[in-house]
Design a protein around this ligand. Structure first.
Ligand SMILES: C[S@@+](CC[C@H](N)C(=O)[O-])C[C@H]1O[C@@H](n2cnc3c(N)ncnc32)[C@H](O)[C@@H]1O
Length: 262
């Protein structure tokens, strides 16, 4: 990673930590603040990236945060952010989640904008199964992601400034990205084309099919659209056709399903 990339990544992570409105994580922060008290909790931030949210959990609650990410550049930046803000109750580890020892378990596991990047789906199934092993009884898994039908799900808005461009012919998008490709800070997905190809085109139905193969159930779903900014519609879940195409983020809470009562 060049010094310039390091500084770009650190500025991005710092913004994700400090900003409550001008960040793609603003809805996560709002929902988490309203729904959870993380005091005394063991928190796993799976796919913590450059650590902005991990530091936010650590600084807002008296909890222990463990940020895990497979990308060495992301973890280098997360550690620099931790140092900058002297966050003592957080550790960062560069590791594939599948290689984590399951003897340590967590009260809450966060996946902010992670599931749509895990390709193919059978790998996501393995990972979700692993997370069930890392969850304490009664624990919660928080998942958020931009669903594939939504306006910005392509993740390439920095170059192709066109909402819903994921529905253009694949060959057009790939050729466009080849011409306008951009370096990314990651050591694994180090450019935009690679990152685009790594998307699994996640939808609620696809993710629920994964969850149905585990002992988890979804007990909360918030499908956020821009229409939620209209007075009176703030808390409306518009996850029905045709509004599903306006959903910018799905937020789900998962827990262990109750065993059948017989
Ligand atoms: C889009 S980033 C999200 C970063 C962060 N959660 C945020 O919201 O800013 C997804 C992250 O998941 C990480 N990741 C993907 N597969 C992983 C795996 N098997 N083990 C650990 N991290 C993984 C990637 O390296 C990447 O940093």
């Amino acid at each position: 990673m060049t010094l310039e990339q390091f500084e770009e990544g650190l500025a991005y992570a710092r913004n994700n930590f400090l900003e409550d409105t001008d960040t793609h994580l603003w809805l996560d922060k709002k929902v988490i603040n309203e729904a959870f008290n993380l005091d005394s909790k063991e928190v796993l931030d799976f796919g913590c990236g450059m650590g902005g949210m991990s530091i936010w959990y650590a600084k807002n609650w008296d909890c222990n945060v463990h940020g895990i990410d497979i990308d060495s550049n992301h973890i280098t930046i997360a550690k620099a952010l931790q140092k900058e803000f002297s966050a003592k109750n957080v550790t960062f580890l560069k590791k594939d989640i599948l290689d984590i020892d399951s003897s340590k378990v967590y009260d809450i596991i966060f996946l902010n904008d992670v599931i749509e990047h895990i390709h193919p789906l059978c790998l996501l199934e393995k990972i979700i199964h692993k997370l069930t092993e890392l969850l304490k009884p009664g624990g919660i898994i928080y998942v958020s992601y931009p669903p594939w039908q939504g306006p910005y799900a392509s993740h390439i808005n920095s170059v192709l400034k066109l909402p819903w461009c994921q529905f253009l012919p694949e060959s057009f998008i790939v050729n466009y990205l080849k011409k306008h490709n951009k370096k990314k800070v990651g050591s694994l997905e180090d450019n935009l084309l690679k990152a685009y190809r790594g998307l699994n085109k996640m939808t609620h139905e696809k993710f629920m099919a994964v969850i149905d193969k585990t002992n988890l159930c979804c007990y909360y779903r918030n499908s956020h659209t821009i229409l939620n900014q209209i007075r009176g519609l703030e808390n409306r879940n518009l996850n029905i056709f045709p509004f599903i195409f306006l959903v910018t983020k799905e937020v789900l809470f998962l827990k262990q399903a109750e065993p059948d009562a017989h």
